[in-house]
Design a protein around this ligand. Structure first.
Ligand code: NAG
Ligand code: NAG
Ligand code: NAG
Length: 231
């Protein structure tokens, strides 16, 4: 009886873990009622990306969110259309201001020394807004990006601390903060390891991308990493 129970428990565990992992973002209900056709669970830093994309209009409606974010942290998500490096990343950034409202804005990363200052992206971005509900910080935006770019470029995401009100500071330039980079494909989210049904396959892909990154650390330092060096 006991061993039969253990076997059943083990099987249930094996079957449920990858399944529930792949459902984490899919079951999410936005407080503002927004819905998105696709999403991925980012595999580090506890963040999620939700999106709609139309090839006909080149419009991407995106939401990037991070539960358990404090008032002294900033979050950012970026498309890098020109490479896997930090330079060239077209970022959406958000943090809580001292009056409790969310500041959400665009920031093009033009050099390795950045304080994530506001500026226009290399593609049109509109309706950039943020929300902070129950400790979850979210950035919403509408981006106009050609299908060639959203199907074959890089996405990076980051979480860091504020150094003072209104000034994002760096984060440790190691660990999960340099693993937060992966391919971008808005046309097919089944392409992502996080969306695949096999957890083992995810791990292999993640292992593969981590190995790939370690071989060329300087070229893949994601967004924000260099701030730490100069802060
Ligand atoms: C995303 O697309 C779905 C289906 O077309 C639509 O119902 C939803 O409102 C869209 N979401 C946003 C944020 O535009
Ligand atoms: C963008 O913002 C404008 C002005 O606030 C609003 O009228 C429009 O509905 C918004 N569009 C989307 C896609 O959210
Ligand atoms: C991932 O890498 C770790 C450490 O190198 C290894 O122990 C593990 O078996 C790998 N997992 C897969 C699924 O390849």
């Amino acid at each position: 009886m006991a061993s039969r129970y253990s076997l059943a428990a083990a099987l249930t565990f094996t079957l449920l873990v990858p399944f529930s992992h792949s459902q984490t973002c899919k079951d999410y209900a936005f407080h503002n009622g927004n819905t998105y056709e696709s999403c991925i669970d980012h595999y580090v830093l506890g963040t999620f990306l939700h999106w709609n994309y139309s090839s006909a209009t080149s419009i991407a409606d995106v939401a990037f969110r991070r539960p358990a974010t404090t008032s002294s942290q900033w979050i950012a998500w970026a498309i890098n259309p020109i490479g896997r490096a930090m330079v060239g990343s077209q970022a959406l950034v958000a943090y809580l201001t001292t009056d409790g409202t969310v500041r959400a804005y665009t920031s093009p990363i033009e050099s390795r020394v950045t304080q994530l200052t506001e500026g226009p992206l290399s593609f049109p971005a509109s309706n950039v807004s943020g929300s902070y509900v129950d400790g979850e910080l979210t950035i919403f935006a509408r981006l106009q990006v050609a299908s060639g770019v959203v199907s074959s470029s890089t996405q990076v995401w980051e979480v860091g601390m504020m150094s003072s009100p209104g000034v994002p500071a760096g984060h440790p330039p190691d660990g999960d903060n340099i693993r937060s980079v992966m391919r971008l494909n808005f046309l097919n989210n089944a392409d992502y390891p996080e969306a695949a049904s096999s957890a083992a396959r995810s791990m292999r892909k993640i292992n593969h991308s981590v190995r790939g990154m370690l071989t060329s650390l300087w070229t893949v330092l994601p967004l924000g990493a260099m701030v730490a060096h100069f802060a």
